[in-house]
Ligand binder design. Structure first.
Ligand code: S0N
Length: 270
């Protein structure tokens, strides 16, 4: 594939091919476990992808064939969170989860190998998941003294059902890609050597679709699960559209021209 680097980072790769961005966790020596730095780099790369109008679809993956992500790097876990260079304990992966949810473009997780712990929650919050046949999914929190009681539990229950979600967390079992597919946890499974081509082909299919339609579908589905925060995103999208209408512009123009607005000229559809 013909990827070009958008920006250099220490812990991630940030690349682009046409309108598709790819963000790869680049710590294969620890199965792509993340530190506060890894997460802050991902937050920046996702923010750039959100703001760049030439990017329409984002792929999140891990470098190498052995792991998508094995969660928080336990070697830097301190009192109250994961410790970076500033010595402040953080759980900044929660900010990244929210960003992936609100970014108004499809985000695809491309999973090869381990998708475990907080890494598996990242996979979960992506809009779609394309897995290689060597992918393995699971949560380890109750084994290693951690848990994600936010999206990692509540949203998981929405996606695979309460009984299965409780099994995932209470038993800490590992599930094959095929088992994950049968649970509705992921979208498809393909042979490892085809996973990138398949992911690109799904991305290219979405590039042919109306971006505003995809944006509203994503926001609507998330509003259902994210409560008022989800509704805020959906409402913001509606406001953005309203600003582009003559009716919206009339209000602003009337104010600036110090006259009464003439809203009568606009149709009132049933
Ligand atoms: C993935 C596993 C099952 C793979 O096993 P395998 O193939 O036998 O490989 P290993 O030899 O174990 O691993 C290879 C090398 O990679 C290191 N490594 C792997 N995972 C991690 C990790 N997460 N942190 C640090 N190092 C890791 C190994 O140590 C080994 O290194 P060497 O060769 O030097 O020995 C297996 O590796 C495994 O079980 N990994 C740990 C998975 C895990 O428990 N992850 C953490 C789970 N918790 C979170 O992710 C919390 C996320 C979070 O931030 C959060 C979010 C919301 C709310 C709360 C939290 C919270 O912190 O609790």
């Amino acid at each position: 594939m013909n990827w070009t680097t958008i920006k250099e980072y220490q812990d991630i790769l940030f690349e682009k091919q046409g309108a598709i961005a790819k963000i790869s966790i680049n710590r294969p020596q620890v199965h792509n476990a993340f530190t506060p730095l890894t997460v802050s780099e991902m937050i920046e790369a996702f923010t750039i992808s959100r703001d760049d109008a030439s990017i329409s679809v984002i792929i999140l993956t891990g470098e190498g064939d052995k792991a998508f992500c094995s969660g928080g790097d336990q070697s830097v876990r301190g009192n109250g969170g994961y410790i970076g260079e500033d010595n402040i304990p953080r759980l900044n992966v929660l900010d990244l989860q929210r960003l992936i949810r609100v970014i108004p473009k499809p985000v695809i997780a491309m999973v090869k190998g381990w998708s475990i712990g907080g890494g598996n929650v990242l996979q979960l919050v992506c809009d779609l998941t394309i897995a290689a046949d060597n992918a393995v999914f699971g949560q380890t929190g109750p084994n290693v003294g951690s848990f994600d009681a936010g999206y990692g539990s509540g949203y998981l229950a929405r996606v695979i059902g309460h009984k299965k979600a409780k099994e995932v967390w209470f038993m800490c079992k590992q599930y094959s890609a095929q088992e994950a597919l049968e649970m509705g946890w992921i979208n498809t499974v393909v042979p490892l050597d085809q996973v990138e081509a398949e992911t690109i082909s799904w991305a290219e299919e979405m590039l042919k679709k109306s971006p505003t339609a995809l944006r509203f579908i994503k926001a609507a589905m998330n509003a259902d699960t994210d409560g008022l925060a989800g509704l805020q995103q959906f409402a913001g999208d509606a406001t953005m559209l309203y600003y582009t209408t003559d009716e919206g512009k009339e209000g602003k123009n009337a104010f600036l021209e110090k006259r009464e607005p003439d809203f009568d000229q606009f149709p009132k559809f049933p």
